[in-house]
Design a protein around this ligand. Structure first.
Ligand code: HPA
Length: 233
């Protein structure tokens, strides 16, 4: 039990899939897990543990932003001995080559966030994900198109001036989301593995957006990929 999770240690699997949204966690558990149990309900953020193809997997939402992802992933890695976390989430595209529903695998996370600096003094602004997990995902993805690259992890969704072109030029950021930097920092800090598969939900280039209903259905590709990869040892 931790400050934010009431599950017993053995009720959390070593492999965790983390969407941002608690309702997406519920959908994933109901659709893909066998014999799942809700093992914690703190703040209504229900945690689901069950089996996927006979392997124990936990599904838990990260919430939005680095502070929330930072708390949950730290507690999972440090106090529940979780070994692998794959974030599954949405992102906004910064480049015209990435269109709605395209998949991105986060090789690196660039951020202006102070999360890592405040956490342990690490002042790097780019943090890498796990190569081992990325290779497992690419293995399972086979011919499915998935773009490996740097993502921008932003602390701000609503910006007065969104001059993202600078981030594309300087850091090669392909898309924007809000949780990978804290997740990758915690994984590196605690010698664990983490990565993120993202689906483009909106384009900052063309201003196109997806509807919540479309997202619910089309995001299944990314979820199935994450489940197949995390059980593939
Ligand atoms: N900004 C930040 N995070 C996001 C976005 C965005 O435009 N789209 C999906 N996640």
């Amino acid at each position: 039990m931790t400050a934010h999770i009431t599950a017993k240690k053995e009720e959390i699997a070593k492999k965790v899939i983390m969407p941002g949204d608690p309702l997406r966690a519920k959908m994933i558990a109901e659709k893909y897990l066998d014999n799942f149990k809700i093992v914690s309900q703190v703040r209504g953020n229900n945690i689901y543990t069950g089996t996927y193809k006979n392997v124990l997997v936990t599904i838990m939402a990260s919430g939005m932003g680095c502070p929330s992802m930072g708390i949950y992933s730290y507690e999972l890695f440090k106090f529940y001995d979780v070994e692998e976390i794959i974030r599954v989430g949405s992102c906004g595209s910064y480049v015209k080559e990435l269109n709605l529903y395209d998949l991105v695998l986060a090789e690196k996370s660039y951020s202006e966030s102070t999360y890592a600096k405040v956490q342990n003094g690490n002042s790097e602004e780019i943090i890498s994900s796990s190569n081992i997990l990325n290779n497992k995902i690419l293995d399972v993805a086979k011919d499915k198109k998935i773009t490996l690259g740097t993502v921008h992890c932003s602390d701000v969704f609503y910006k007065e001036n969104n001059d993202f072109h600078n981030l594309v030029e300087k850091y090669n950021c392909l898309v924007v989301e809000m949780e990978t930097f804290a997740l990758f920092h915690n994984a590196n800090l605690l010698n664990k593995k983490a990565t993120a598969i993202l689906t483009v939900s909106d384009s900052l280039v063309t201003k196109e957006e997806t509807t919540p209903l479309e997202r619910e259905r089309k995001f299944l590709d990314m979820i199935e990929l994450s489940l197949e990869a995390i059980i593939n040892d």
